[in-house]
Design a protein around this ligand. Structure first.
Ligand code: ATP
Ligand code: MG
Ligand code: MG
Length: 552
């Protein structure tokens, strides 16, 4: 099972190891910004970075890239750690924060100024934009570009002391305003932001920009391979420029790969945040969300997510992965590992008229029909049972292999029964079936006749009452966020949540724990919700149907 993925990044690393580059060390990092919950795209990056480290005898850091204090929070910091741990990865040492390098980064900025490679620019935002040029036109040098080192040092220090208003000055790298790469046109490296930071409080009112902070943080941590997504490809010259100018402990190599996109969903924190803020969903961990927390609550296993990330490969070209691939990885894992149980989602009462009133038998059934090591479970069997109303018809042809009036069906793990009579209410709705059971059919075929159909059931008196939430895809369009004219929220699937109440579940589920998925035989995979419900009424989430039933 431990196939060693040999993607193009692994090949770069293998070559580096062969050449004893970085003294044979491999040190990666996963650097989320704590401005939201992690989603399935992040899972891919987590799997990639941690696996690359693990399979090359290296380590992987978890670093919060926290340079935009107004959008970040402690809640996100904690949720991200929980998600990484839940996926089964252990980061190297303590969690890191870019903010803990603020003094070091400030000192690097001073070093750039001293080397004549950075200057304080006092253009306002609008002027700066005009000076920047366009893709087809070179930019113009800022009139502040030739400020002396002394003046720059003085202004930068006063920026830090809080003497200026936001936007009044910015520190910029002095590179090339005519560069065809816009990122190299004297990018801003520090701006004034008079906001408190979740880690450093009021200590700073100047904050470094991502491109400056990121590569230097990598260097401070001794990262060897800095893996990121393709949109940073044309930031790489800038990443390298800072490291080349400054006296840094090492020069990590930035390597870009194509981000993971999955259809019928969105993988953008900004958009997911909108769904949360506008209460389209029930929080970041709504079981319909493609967040790791949402998938966990839904009943995904870390193994299913890791297998999926592995199966999608690592490439240099953008593509969209079909969500059915994720669902397949999930079904595959749950089919192998999920304990079986019986849950009747739309209960119809049946009375076995030839079964003694007070009698209760304790039948046994395997927890997993293909895996004996998972043991057995006990199923109380009594005179009154529930079956699913969809498993009964008064009349049907042979294709309906369930219960029909006057015919027989097998109750899974129990006896063959025959339906003798249908009881209806005044409105003509079926409210109960009168049946007889054949006591000779436990674990064996009835004498002289064939009974093909098998349906699930629970004992009326011994079953647990539950609410069951059936989920479907959150969007009913394959690419909700690539429509230029229409907002992605217009493509929300209005039937993504269906709530069934009064469901009846087999008694063994009284021990169910959130996060433990069960196969409700013939229905799908379900797990106890981690938030809703309680002892009185259990709430189960449908993780996924047994087969792909998405019809479009
Ligand atoms: P989003 O666009 O959803 O806000 P982000 O890239 O801004 O994502 P970060 O917190 O900066 O979010 O991401 C941390 C790491 O996860 C980065 O290295 C980023 O490249 C990677 N990552 C984010 N989204 C994906 C994705 N869809 N596929 C693969 N890696 C991703
Ligand atoms: Mg980012
Ligand atoms: Mg982002």
């Amino acid at each position: 099972e431990t196939t060693r993925p040999n993607n193009f990044i692994q090949q770069i690393i293998s070559e580096d190891l062969k050449n004893n580059k970085n003294n044979g060390q491999v040190h990666t990092r996963f650097p989320p910004e704590p401005n939201g919950y992690l989603h399935i795209g992040h899972a891919k990056s987590i799997c990639l970075n941690f696996t690359l480290a693990e399979q090359n005898g290296g380590v992987c850091n978890l670093r919060f890239d926290d340079t935009n204090p107004e959008k970040e929070s402690q809640e996100f910091i904690e949720a991200i750690q929980e998600d990484v741990r839940w996926l089964g990865f252990q980061w190297n040492g303590d969690v890191r924060y870019t903010s803990s390098y603020f003094q070091a980064l400030y000192d690097y900025a001073v070093e750039l100024i001293n080397k004549g490679k950075a200057y304080v620019c006092s253009l306002n935002a609008e002027q700066a934009r005009a000076y920047r040029g366009t893709l087809t036109e070179p930019g113009k040098n800022s009139p502040y570009r030739e400020r002396s080192v002394e003046e720059n040092l003085d202004l930068f220090e006063r920026m830090r002391r809080g003497e200026f208003a936001e936007g009044e000055h910015a520190l910029r790298a002095k590179i090339d305003m005519a560069s065809p790469n816009m990122n190299m046109r004297d990018p801003i490296i520090y701006r004034i932001r008079k906001v408190a930071h979740h880690q450093t409080g009021d200590e700073w009112c100047v904050y470094p920009m991502y491109d400056f902070a990121h590569g230097l943080s990598d260097a401070i941590e001794g990262i060897t391979h800095s893996v990121c997504t393709l949109e940073f490809e044309d930031h790489r010259p800038l990443y390298d420029w800072f490291l080349d100018q400054l006296d840094v402990p090492c020069h990590p190599q930035q390597i870009e790969f194509a981000r993971l996109n999955v259809n019928y969903t969105v993988t953008s924190k900004r958009k997911l945040k909108q769904l949360v803020d506008e209460q389209v969903v029930d929080g970041w961990d709504d079981p319909r969300m493609p967040t790791i927390a949402g998938m966990r609550r839904r009943g995904f296993t870390p193994r299913a997510i890791r297998n999926f990330c592995e199966a999608t490969g690592v490439t240099k070209s953008e593509g969209v992965v079909d969500v059915s691939m994720l669902e397949h990885a999930l079904r595959d894992d749950l089919n192998k590992h999920a304990p079986r149980a019986m849950g009747v989602l739309r209960p119809l009462k049946i009375v076995l008229t030839n079964y003694p009133e007070e009698q209760v038998e304790q039948l046994t059934a395997p927890v997993h029909p293909q895996d004996e090591s998972m043991g057995t479970r006990t199923l109380p069997f009594a005179r009154e049972l529930y079956i699913d109303e969809e498993d009964f018809k008064e009349e049907a042809n042979k294709k309906f292999k369930r219960l029909v009036l006057g015919k027989e069906v097998r109750l899974r793990n129990a006896y063959v029964i025959r339906c003798d009579e249908v009881i209806k209410n005044d409105a003509g709705e079926i409210i109960e079936l009168r049946c007889t059971y054949d006591p000779e059919t436990l674990g064996k075929d009835p004498e002289g006749r064939k009974v093909k159909g098998v349906i699930h059931w629970v004992s009326a008196a011994h079953s647990l009452s539950a609410e069951v939430r059936l989920y479907d895809r959150l969007f009913d369009e394959p690419s909700p966020d690539s429509n230029k004219e229409r907002d992605f929220k217009e493509f929300l699937n209005k039937n993504s949540l269906q709530v069934l109440t009064g469901c009846r579940l087999e008694a063994s589920l009284t021990d169910a724990k959130p996060g433990q998925a069960y196969q409700f035989e013939r229905e799908g995979y379900f797990c106890l919700d981690s938030k809703a419900g309680g002892e009185e009424c259990l709430v189960f989430n449908r993780t996924i149907t047994l087969r792909d039933t998405w019809a479009k």
